[in-house]
Design a protein around this ligand. Sequence first.
Ligand code: BGC
Length: 349
Amino acid sequence: MKALTVIPLEAGSAELSEVDEPPASDGPVLVETLAIGICGTDVEILTGAYGWAPPGRTRLVLGHESIGRVLEAPDGAPVQKGDLVVGIVRRPDPVPCANCDVLEWDFCRNGQYTERGIKEHDGYLSERYRITPDFVVKVDPTLGVLGVLLEPTSVVAKAWEQVDRVGGRAHWDPKTVLVTGAGPIGLLAALIGVQRGLDVHVIDQMTTGLKPDLVRDLGATYHAGALAEAVPGPDVIIECTGVASLVFDAMSHVGMGGVVCLTGVSSGGHTICVDEGALNRDMVLENVAVVGSVNANRRHYEAAADALAQAEPAWLGRLVNRRVPLAQWQEAVQRGPDDVKVIITVTPQ
Ligand code: BGC
């Protein structure tokens, strides 16, 4: 079968390879891949900046944002032949650490977790893959291929859970949220904010086009320009860019007692000038909390499935703004300024 493979940390090594059928050791559920979403992490892996091959191998099958259809499942499994499903990305570490032991692998304490398509375990960007029933999540069939948005939505569902838990350290009744970045993660974070009845603001660089339109059509307010001028003292800031200057702006401008949740993975290597003393003083005197959030466990996938089921399908359909056939995968990686979520179609419907 065909798979998009890459030699991690070797830029330009990606190719459409002919690989063996998925190994039985990956699990008894056999899934036909319909489509795979491409995100910043995939671009980092493709450009040689991130990623780990499975032990003893040089190539990794890419792809962690998936949607597929079950071809085979054992009797009594929670998924059955024909179901639309998404594969969970992370697997608990083998020790396991205290968190992986209670299925909170997104909080793995020893870093020995694996991630499909990212770290030491083949991803889903192959014509078929195998998986164990406990790592597969059923998707509302009406979503169709848009179920590919479940994984990025799980990441923001976890971020919102962190905001709630940290905010809940005192009386917590947030009204306003600012989301930095109108890419898929920012837009999906904004979607959940709107679903919670909050006054949602999103900031990005584009002044016209799909991103501002998607924000407004959600019922949120779009801003282009400086973070400080977008909205005064929001209760929550969800940072979805990883841009260092925005991270510090978020810490400085969140409201008193507010929560900043960082979800963007920065590339590093950019130095900015910060008055650490003033930042520290303000954060202390205003009880500001900053929390990093990565990955998602099954609870977050389930919350994400609820969020997508409540969303307007036409809005989700516009978020997936480009679909590229597997044979032309290179086009999916070249992102334009107006691209939001580009997906690779593996099995056309
Ligand atoms: C994925 C996460 C993963 C993270 C770090 C993100 O793109 O969505 O599941 O944990 O990268 O590897």
